[in-house]
Ligand binder design. Structure first.
Ligand code: NI
Length: 191
């Protein structure tokens, strides 16, 4: 288990579609543990495998943690979604301000369905279904987008995206500078 580096906007792996997982081995278990650790260390509500350089259909989230609690660690309730699929979504969209660990310093209101039903496999590779609303529905949709190479900024209006352009370009330039050194840091990049 180790802290993983989060890949930032501009890196091509964030635009790749992650691949379905056929079975869970020790490598995937380690990855899941490390993703959970990395999510908490970066104060994220969720984290998708693309964001740590792995093209496998896994994301983790925790929308129940009470960050204000005296013992916030005790309130943690991480959940693992493997090969997730949205099987139903509500007709009405609602706005919510989203940020992304791969797009630091930027937040914007995104419209998405307010409720979704999702089927996935858990950390034991057991299938489960969940009906989600509010924050859980939001985070599931954001993370599932990552696994399909989609970022929330893609869902903004052209005008809003234009307004963000300068900030996004700055993040992208920093990412491109780092790019040549990335393969060494990601021994499990391919697989
Ligand atoms: Ni994100």
């Amino acid at each position: 288990m180790s802290l993983l580096k989060i890949i930032k906007y501009g890196h091509p792996i964030l635009r790749e579609k992650a691949l379905e997982i056929k079975s869970l081995g020790s490598r995937e278990q380690d990855l899941i543990d490390s993703m959970i650790e990395t999510m908490y260390a970066n104060h994220g509500l969720g984290l998708a495998a693309n964001q740590v350089g792995v093209l496998q259909r896994i994301f983790v989230l925790d929308v129940d943690q009470d960050r204000e609690a005296e013992d916030e660690v005790a309130t943690r309730a991480p959940r693992v979604f493997i090969n997730p699929e949205i099987t139903w979504e509500s007709a009405e969209d609602e706005p919510f301000k989203e940020g992304c660990l791969s797009i630091p310093g930027v937040e914007n209101e995104v419209f998405r369905p307010s409720q979704v039903k999702v089927s996935a496999r858990d950390e034991n590779f057991e299938p489960f279904e969940v009906e989600a609303d509010e924050l859980l529905a939001r985070v599931i949709q954001h993370e599932l987008d990552h696994l399909n190479g989609v970022l929330y900024v893609d869902r903004l209006s052209l005008l809003k995206r234009k307004l963000l352009g300068g900030k996004l370009n700055k993040i992208k330039s920093a990412t491109m500078e780092e790019l040549p050194s990335l393969p060494d840091s990601y021994p499990i990049l391919i697989g």
